[in-house]
Design a protein around this ligand. Structure first.
Ligand code: SF4
Length: 317
């Protein structure tokens, strides 16, 4: 919501897979659309989710070369799926299609050049090569207990349901939780890993397992496969309160703008446009967003209609 009220509305309130309403179904398809940078990150992420927990649990090593080859093959399959715009075919369900992918570039009727595609492949190979070289990190996180990937933690806050899914979590042999966030790309305006990890920590310390924990014992790690860096983040009582303040503001901000959150009770023309050009540059809802504004209000151009070209990848060391 911080970025754009309209995007929040399309993504979380209007989009519906089963809706007979064509506009709601269109919003659902557009919600799946992703940019090349996020796609690249998702490919690495997906592979880590599959491999890391079984390897750490079995105390075995990971064949990073094979992981890179598998991921590059998946990348080409997903690219072909998106290029043929199969995500728009009726009967296609995201969960049932292992190669499901919907890229913004194809939604815009364009394509990646051979050079751009090769760059995605090179980025993936660099990520796995970096991961293979992070010997100290893998040693540090090996030999502990209860490794879990993307475990859902559900909580109630201010009457709302909140769900978080840390990328990787385990119990350190000295009995405290370690939370890891694979950060494969930065969102606009920089990495949001600190805030994300604090939110995970806030949720974890409220679970029965960790209710008596001294917060400062918890370990929060941001791992960046595209650069091979690991960054530690701190969490204490002050951060706990900060997370609650931010959630409080977010929940009340959403209620103020969207009331009960019923899509058909919201006047889209009253929702504010994004105030940063970067938000519209990669926004898949740009077409319906313009339509909504044309239909209901004096035309206020969507920011950055030229879709300013931003840096696609983080520098790889
Ligand atoms: S196109 Fe821009 S203003 Fe419209 S929903 Fe997307 S980010 Fe918001």
């Amino acid at each position: 919501m911080r970025k754009c009220q309209r995007q929040f509305y399309y993504r979380y309130l209007l989009a519906s897979h089963n809706a007979r309403d064509a506009r709601r179904h269109e919003a659902f398809i557009l919600k799946q659309v992703t940019n090349v940078e996020a796609w690249t990150g998702n490919l690495v992420h997906h592979c880590l989710d599959d491999l890391v927990v079984p390897a750490l649990t079995a105390r075995s090593s990971i064949d990073w070369l094979a992981a890179a080859e598998d991921t590059v093959k998946r990348m080409h399959r997903q690219y072909a799926f998106s290029r043929e715009r199969k995500y728009r075919l009726s009967g296609i369900a995201k969960g049932a299609e292992p190669d499901y992918c919907a890229l913004l570039v194809h939604e815009q009727g364009k394509d990646l050049s051979a050079h751009e595609l090769a760059k995605v492949e090179a980025t993936l190979r660099s990520a796995f090569s970096n991961l293979a070289g992070m010997t100290e990190f893998w040693q540090q996180i090996s030999g502990h207990q209860n490794y879990r990937s993307e475990q859902r933690i559900r909580l109630k806050f201010e009457g709302e349901s909140i769900e978080v899914k840390p990328d990787l979590m385990f119990t350190h042999s000295s009995h405290y939780p370690v939370i890891i966030d694979w950060k494969c790309f930065k969102s606009m305006g920089g990495s949001d890993a600190a805030a994300q990890l604090s939110l995970y920590a806030w949720a974890v310390v409220q679970t029965r397992e960790w209710e008596k924990l001294d917060y400062s014992k918890m370990e929060l790690l941001e791992v960046m496969p595209l650069s091979g860096e690991v960054k530690r983040h701190h969490f204490d009582e002050e951060q706990f309160i900060q997370v609650e303040d931010q959630l409080f503001e977010a929940v009340h901000g959403i209620r103020r703008v969207f009331g009960q959150g019923k899509h058909d009770e919201i006047d889209v023309s009253e929702l504010v446009y994004a105030n940063s050009p970067g938000s519209c540059a990669f926004c898949s809802f740009i077409e319906i967003c313009k339509g909504a504004s044309d239909a209901a209000t004096p035309i206020e151009p969507v920011r950055n209609p030229k879709r300013e070209q931003l840096q696609l990848f983080l520098p790889v060391s």
